[in-house]
Design a protein around this ligand. Structure first.
Ligand SMILES: [Zn+2]
Length: 114
């Protein structure tokens, strides 16, 4: 399931350990550092998804592109939260305009003496 990490540096062909993040010989970034999925970071992402809606998509996609399942779950949760917030905002807006419309419909005839 996981991508097999290279055992030889693609830049200088020095033997490297699969667990290395940087080539000890030339300093090449062998695979980008995994994104943090600490509890605090997750809370930050979920709150951000709720209160800064477009950010949830950006973080979500970034975490979905990670190789480990836990990161993918964090990413999927952020995207689902963002969708939920957009949906709730949509419902709320529709209800608000319906309320305004029905208010107008009941009050306008009074104003115009109809
Ligand atoms: Zn190297």
């Amino acid at each position: 399931m996981d991508n097999q990490p290279p055992v030889v540096c693609s830049n200088c062909h020095q033997n490297i350990r699969p667990s290395d993040y940087f080539c000890f010989n030339c300093g090449k970034n062998l695979h980008p550092l995994p994104l943090s999925i600490s509890f605090g970071r997750q809370i930050y992402i979920y709150l951000g998804s709720i209160f800064l809606p477009p950010m949830g998509f950006i973080w979500g996609i970034r975490y979905l592109r990670q190789n480990d399942t836990k990161s993918k779950i964090v990413g999927a949760t952020a995207i689902i939260l963002t969708f939920l917030i957009f949906y709730l905002a949509y419902i709320y807006t529709v209800q608000f305009f319906d309320a305004v419309k029905s208010q107008l419909n009941t009050q306008l005839p009074d104003v115009y003496g109809l």
